[in-house]
Design a protein around this ligand. Sequence first.
Ligand SMILES: *Cc1c(COP(=O)(O)O)cnc(C)c1O
Length: 397
Amino acid sequence: MTDFAATRARFHLPEGLIYLDGNSLGPLPLAAADRVAATIRDEWGDMLIRGWNAAGWMDMPARVGDRIGRLIGAAPGTVVMGDTLSIKVYQALAAAVELNPGRRVILSDSGNFPSDLYIAEGLCRTLGQGFRLVTVAPGEVEAALSPEVAVMMLTEVDYRTGRLHDMAGLTAAAHAAGALTVWDLAHSAGALPVDLAGAGADFAVGCTYKYLNSGPGGPAFIYVAPRWADRARPALSGWLGHDAPFAFEPSYRPGRGIERMRVGTPPILQLAALEAALDVWDIADIRDVRARSIELTEAFISGVEAACPGLVLASPRAPAARGSQVSFRHPEGYAIMQALIARGVIGDFRAPDILRFGFTPLFIGMQEVRDAVEVLAEVMATAAWDRPAYRARARVT
Ligand SMILES: *Cc1c(COP(=O)(O)O)cnc(C)c1O
């Protein structure tokens, strides 16, 4: 059984704050601060260019990818790090579409994160030839798997509501309909058990600054199933995905397996932060994290529903049908969230009316849940949110 007091001790958590936004930006792991400082001083500082070989910088994208692979059911050598999630969505989609010639539809759902949908739109525009993105309601994806669908692109956990898709079931349905799959694990990796190999997923992508705590702008990951790894053609054919980058050949030849999904120079400082952040998984079992997350979200839902009649649950009620976040709707959701943040309870707001709270058992326990419910109840009962200052929208919500 995971010792959650021990996992919590590994994070820097500012005094007096209840941080329910680890689903958007994970807190700072103490080891990451030390590791980045050491990487700057001992590696960049003293090794200079020699760090690429001597400090293993060039191998980091694959080495760190393997550690993430263990959390998402991906075999060694099938995950690589780099770039942003939006870029990784593009790479996975472009490769998947090309592997399924003759079909012109990318199918997704209306709950998907906008960047994934925008990237799909942009890819369709570049491809021309009638390629198009079709989005349906989350519950209607399976029924929309027509013979035109080349790729089904879904985010497993809905960023607004926390609704969890059945990855294995939908992947099987997509395959039965002749479509390939791209799964976005942005709100899954580090939040709940994922079994990419078991589900038969073709491609998967995800970011690391949410539940994996790599810090703002931390690199994303991409998974390619072994059966596609040497056939997937990189749309972003950068030199570090070349079979022999330092041969400096005039023309691109894709590297072996997952290495071809690298693009350019990896972000070593952010990878160092991520590598240190992943150490917490040496003492945490993702199944324990999931079980505790369900206890926390259940307690939060029943506490809020009992104390705040004006808030409407936007997340699925059944714990097995949601990820590690809970969302409530209220027309004044933005102002309510600002009032909460002013009182040291940090969640976030997603337009048009969603208050979003993430529960990450690595550093959140039952006491924080009770305290957060109490603060929210006070804000609602006294209408403390009803102030112009709380209605003024910031650039990031
Ligand atoms: C957080 C998130 C993103 C963000 O993409 P970046 O390129 O890292 O900014 C994209 N897709 C989903 C599903 C997300 O949850």
